[in-house]
Design a protein around this ligand. Structure first.
Ligand SMILES: [Zn+2]
Length: 406
């Protein structure tokens, strides 16, 4: 019997794309790494402009002059700051999120459509961030010594709340969700859901092809509000059931393994660390940015200083955050392999993602920037799993319906 060679199988999958296509993917992906830096530079510049305009200090003085208390004053000042930030960031966002995607053929959306969505997101962002930031400033006033620790808890609470409401209130603003039509794709997903303890009564198809050509699905919602949503892109490319099972199996992995809770905890720790640094370094940053008229950390007119510090800390923390998501992705790939048992379906689906995530980056590049492991290493993992199966097939009990494999 001929033995299966995982290395050769991986190479064969990667070779299904032409060298040109690989080169294009590498250009897109490496340009994307630079975008992380430039987005941070633009972000800091925007905060600097808002600060130097003196608008926030003037609004604060006027509101205080009218006898307004610290909470309403902070809400008004923060709403102005966040609105200005969103407007000033628009040209850069239009280039990096739309024009660049369009240039690489990764979206077919018209600019007007993109802009409309940007404005809806912006509105949601301004309202929720104003409330969150006002909460942080209230904590600074009430607990000047330990506000950063309390704020970490607040951040994870807001994150979990947003996970709860997102599929119900926000997703439908951008896409039409309809129950998946009956047929082999839906049947395969229902069977996989039932076997893995994922609610199978809410399986949706949404018009994801409006925004991008990405072959994608997600399992979102929490605490029984879970639902499986598949982009219509998965149905367009004459459905390959093994691929559908592999991709949906991966998404179910995120859900069953509770990655959203891990993420909430991770965000909380990152937020505590970042805000502790903000607490210690605020006076220095305020001096560097030339924040005149700002009374200190507790003054919402100094929000641009705080925002710029978060941007810089986010840039520094990016590799840690990327490594965290890569860990979750590996776990979900493993889940998909064990439950859906479709190593070739997974490999075929992964190859389609190369166009926006180059397949074989250097090790350091992957650690620093990749939010998902490279397709090269993911396909290799699938092929290694397949090879191990052929040597010693997995016992059937491991994939028994209802077994959560904890
Ligand atoms: Zn994933």
């Amino acid at each position: 019997m001929k033995t299966f060679d995982p290395e050769a199988a991986t190479a064969a999958y990667l070779a299904t794309l032409s060298p040109d296509a690989h080169a294009r993917a590498t250009a897109y992906t490496q340009g994307g790494h630079w975008l992380i830096l430039w987005t941070a530079v633009v972000g800091v510049a925007v905060y600097w402009l808002i600060l130097r305009s003196g608008l926030l200090v003037r609004l604060r003085d006027r509101l205080e002059g009218r006898g307004l208390g610290p909470l309403p004053t902070s809400i008004a000042v923060l709403a102005l700051a966040l609105t200005a930030e969103t407007v000033l960031n628009l040209p850069w966002a239009a280039w990096s999120d739309w024009a660049r995607e369009k240039a690489y053929g990764l979206t077919s959306q018209a600019f007007v459509g993109w802009l409309g969505e940007y404005l809806v997101y912006a509105l949601i962002w301004v309202v929720t961030s104003t409330l969150l930031a006002a909460g942080v400033y209230a904590l600074i006033r009430r607990s000047p010594r330990l506000w950063w620790a309390w704020s970490g808890a607040l951040v994870s609470l807001v994150f979990i709340l947003s996970m709860l409401v997102w599929p119900v209130f926000i997703d439908p603003l951008f896409n039409r969700y309809e129950p998946a039509p009956p047929g082999p794709v839906r049947d395969a997903v229902v069977a996989l859901a039932e076997a893995n303890g994922v609610p199978s009564d809410r399986i949706f198809i949404y018009d994801g092809s409006r925004q991008s050509n990405r072959y994608t699905a997600n399992v979102s919602g929490l605490l029984g509000s879970a639902r499986i949503a598949m982009s219509d892109v998965m149905f367009q490319k004459d459905a390959d059931i093994a691929e559908v099972r592999a991709v949906v199996g991966h998404e179910m992995g995120h859900y069953v393994l509770g990655h959203v809770w891990w993420r909430a905890g991770f965000l909380s720790v990152m937020a505590v660390l970042a805000l502790l640094l903000v607490d210690r370094l605020f006076p220095l940053a305020a001096r560097w940015l030339g924040a005149s008229g700002v009374r200190g950390l507790s003054d919402p007119a100094g929000y641009p200083v705080l925002g710029a510090m978060i941007v810089v800390l986010g840039l520094v923390g990016n590799p840690v955050a990327a490594s965290f998501t890569r860990w979750a992705e590996v776990e979900s790939d493993r889940f998909s392999l064990e439950r859906a048992q479709e190593p070739d379906g997974l490999a075929r689906a992964l190859v389609k993602t190369i166009e926006y995530r180059a397949a074989t980056p250097g090790r350091l590049e992957e650690i620093l920037f990749y939010t998902h492991p490279s397709v090269g290493s993911r396909v290799r993992m699938a092929m290694d799993w397949k090879a191990a199966q052929q040597a010693e097939p997995m016992p059937v009990t491991l994939v028994r319906p209802g077994d959560l494999g904890r």
